[in-house]
Design a protein around this ligand. Structure first.
Ligand code: ADP
Ligand code: MG
Length: 267
């Protein structure tokens, strides 16, 4: 498969407001994601996962290295990428359909076929019959389904998901994991999914990338050889648990290492 996203020694810094010194959030990330692949990034809290994803989305500039989407340098947000955040942040004055079409309208791509696009997406994410509902009438899980449909509406090349299920209760979360796989199976969008939930990463991804503690770098890559389609029962199987254990131990090592050392900063 051709490469969809390539990061070469990507470094990302933040300038601190008060002191003016910069903080190295991401330091030399190398990774390659093939077209159609589902990759999850896990790592200790504060290791730069969100920072890296924001750079891929074009919201943050990189300080060093290069970040290429379909071989072209990422410099700004674009219609070829769509982000799904933890908070669905739907527009309360728009219906489900209105929210799903919002991105298309912003990109001036809404047309006569938009309503059928929205209808198809509402069904895809399992919300048939809720087209005209208001966000306030939906549960957290349903709102996150709308959020996913909204991201898919612009037909992006790359789907970016930043802990999209972190705010959901455990049962809804597992349902949404299963739903996301079903949707992904139908669309086969290249997906970069961030989570701190190891089981979630193993269940969803073709490959799990473990970041080091800040500054984030790739510490481990694990190809997940579990067959698809995947069922939630798989989470109890020995092979699954073994992947989980390997990744857990790597993250644990990083947490202990970072607790023992002061934050890295440059003047
Ligand atoms: N806007 C910001 N300004 C300064 N520092 C930031 C900013 N956002 C994040 N950071 C710092 O960068 C590091 C990585 O943050 P983040 O990417 O949010 O981590 P993660 O998503 O892995 O939990 C953290 O140490 C965090 O405090
Ligand atoms: Mg984060």
């Amino acid at each position: 498969m051709p490469t969809k996203l390539e990061a070469r020694r990507v470094g990302i810094h933040y300038r601190r407001q008060r002191s003016g010194e910069s903080l190295i959030a991401v330091d030399g990330v190398d990774l390659r994601i093939a077209s159609g692949e589902f990759v999850a990034i896990v790592g200790p809290s504060g290791c730069g996962k969100t920072t890296f994803l924001n750079a891929v989305d074009g919201l943050l500039p990189i300080a060093s290295g290069s970040l290429l989407l379909d071989g072209r340098e990422i410099t700004a947000p674009g219609p070829d990428r769509a982000m799904v955040f933890q908070q669905p942040s739907l527009l309360p004055w728009r219906t489900v359909t209105g929210n799903i079409l919002y991105g298309l309208e912003m990109q001036r791509r809404a047309g006569t076929e938009s309503r059928s696009t929205a209808k198809r997406l509402v069904e895809l994410v399992g919300l048939r019959g809720f087209d005209d509902s208001w966000p306030s009438e939906l549960s957290g899980g349903m709102q996150q389904r709308v959020n996913l449909a909204r991201a898919l509406a612009t037909d992006p090349e790359l789907l970016l998901l930043d802990e999209p299920f972190a705010a959901l209760d455990a049962q809804t979360r597992e349902t949404m994991q299963q739903e996301l796989l079903r949707v992904w199976n139908e669309t086969r969008k290249t997906a970069l999914f961030i989570t701190h939930d190891i089981a979630e990463a193993v269940y969803l991804a073709d490959r799990v990338i473990v970041f080091t503690a800040r500054p984030g770098r790739v510490k481990l890559e694990v190809a997940i050889g579990l067959p698809r389609p995947r069922d939630l029962r798989m989470k109890r199987e020995a092979g699954f648990v073994e992947y989980e254990r390997t990744i857990w131990e790597t993250i644990r090592e990083e947490v202990l290492r970072s607790e023992a050392s002061p934050p890295a900063a440059v003047a």
